[in-house]
Design a protein around this ligand. Structure first.
Ligand SMILES: NC(=O)C1=CN([C@@H]2O[C@H](COP(=O)(O)OP(=O)(O)OC[C@H]3O[C@@H](n4cnc5c(N)ncnc54)[C@H](O)[C@@H]3O)[C@@H](O)[C@H]2O)C=CC1
Ligand SMILES: O=C(O)C(=O)Cc1ccc(O)cc1
Length: 307
């Protein structure tokens, strides 16, 4: 068994990401003891039943006592309130991190609550599924996926290095990124695509009333992927859009401009424009595969849990 990276890790919010972190830390022997807390009594009960966490606590404050790493695994909109709740109980010298899908908002919401002498190193694993809750996690979720560290001004390099070691121990590749750049990149690669999937499934659902369920029954792979993504947790995604508003609106603005251009090409029968556009986008996918960066697929659709 390897030497643990942290003596005691506290997981606040026991859903997909926290449970996957727990199983990955156990697999790698990365933490001495892992405590946990979730707001809902049902989630705490489930966690105890399935052995998720060495100790499930009745309050967040109790869970973080004596922890040298505290991981905030709650929806982005709840991060500030949780930080305020745990602040008086944090151990001096502890590191607080989070796994939120948006970074600038979390930094602004959490930082004011943290006492001096506590390190804050925000993070974001680029791995997940459409499932949520304590039973949805699995140890392999982060294997060969990116986890981005987003150190804040004055982040202690030693605290950053330790968190990097934890993520690498859980199987992830680690990179560092500035918060605003992170939020723009994720708006392009994750947030806007999720909104488009939600919309497309909504449109199909409206249509279904007309076509008597044929839309779902005969849906091909592309649309099925949309339905998987659109089954993601509503609270989590509401918070993502409300807290990454500017970057998401910027990308959606560009998206609608392109969509209108393609719509016009279809209306006017401009086959050359359509062909050129699709040729350009095909080259992007081929570039990703040739660069060996197609690491997205293997974990998708894994995990059980509620949807
Ligand atoms: N689901 C995904 O694919 C990914 C999610 N994330 C981020 O990770 C975070 C957690 O997401 P999931 O694990 O998917 O969520 P989840 O819905 O599976 O779990 C969230 C947990 O937080 C608890 N919770 C909610 N509000 C709370 C509060 N105020 N205090 C204490 N517990 C509270 C819930 O009861 C639940 O146990 C989110 O910020 C999300 O943006 C990051 C990468 C991927
Ligand atoms: O399941 C999918 O398709 C995802 O895109 C998972 C995901 C969701 C949110 C994140 O912040 C990171 C990864």
């Amino acid at each position: 068994m390897r030497t643990p990276v942290y003596n005691r890790v506290a997981l606040i919010g026991l859903g997909l990401i926290a449970s996957s972190m727990f199983w990955a830390m156990k697999r790698g022997g990365l933490a001495g003891e892992v405590t946990g807390y979730a707001k809902s009594a049902e989630s705490r009960e489930t966690a105890r039943r399935i052995g998720l966490c060495d100790r499930v606590c009745e309050s967040a404050a109790e869970a973080v006592e004596g922890a040298d790493l505290v991981v905030l695994c709650v929806p982005v909109g709840a991060m500030g309130a949780v930080a305020a709740d745990i602040a008086p109980s944090l151990m001096p010298g502890a590191t607080v991190t989070d796994v939120g899908s948006v970074k600038r908002h979390v930094i602004d919401a959490v930082t004011p609550h943290l006492p001096d002498g506590v390190h804050f190193v925000p993070a974001h694993p680029l791995a997940g599924t459409e499932h949520s809750g304590p039973e949805s996690g699995f140890a392999e979720l982060f294997d060969n996926r990116w986890s981005l560290l987003v150190p804040v001004e004055g982040s202690d390099p030693e605290a950053v290095a330790k968190l990097r070691a934890l993520w690498e121990g859980m199987g992830a590749n680690v990179d560092e990124m500035d918060a605003d750049h992170h939020d723009l990149v994720l708006a392009v690669t994750s947030h806007a695509p999720h909104l488009i999937a939600y919309t497309m499934v909504g449109v199909a659902d409206d249509l279904r009333r007309v076509t008597d369920s044929e839309v779902i029954k005969y849906s091909a792979a592309g649309f099925r992927d949309f339905t998987r993504i659109a089954a993601s947790d509503p609270t989590m995604w509401r918070d993502v859009f409300l807290t990454n508003k500017d970057a998401t609106l910027e990308i959606l603005g560009r998206f609608t401009e392109e969509l209108f251009a393609l719509q016009r090409a279809i209306r006017t029968g401009d086959g050359e424009q359509l062909h050129d556009y699709f040729t350009r986008t095909r080259a992007i996918r081929r570039g990703i595969i040739e660069a060996g960066q197609d690491t997205a697929a293997p974990n998708f659709g894994r995990g059980g849990g509620k949807e």
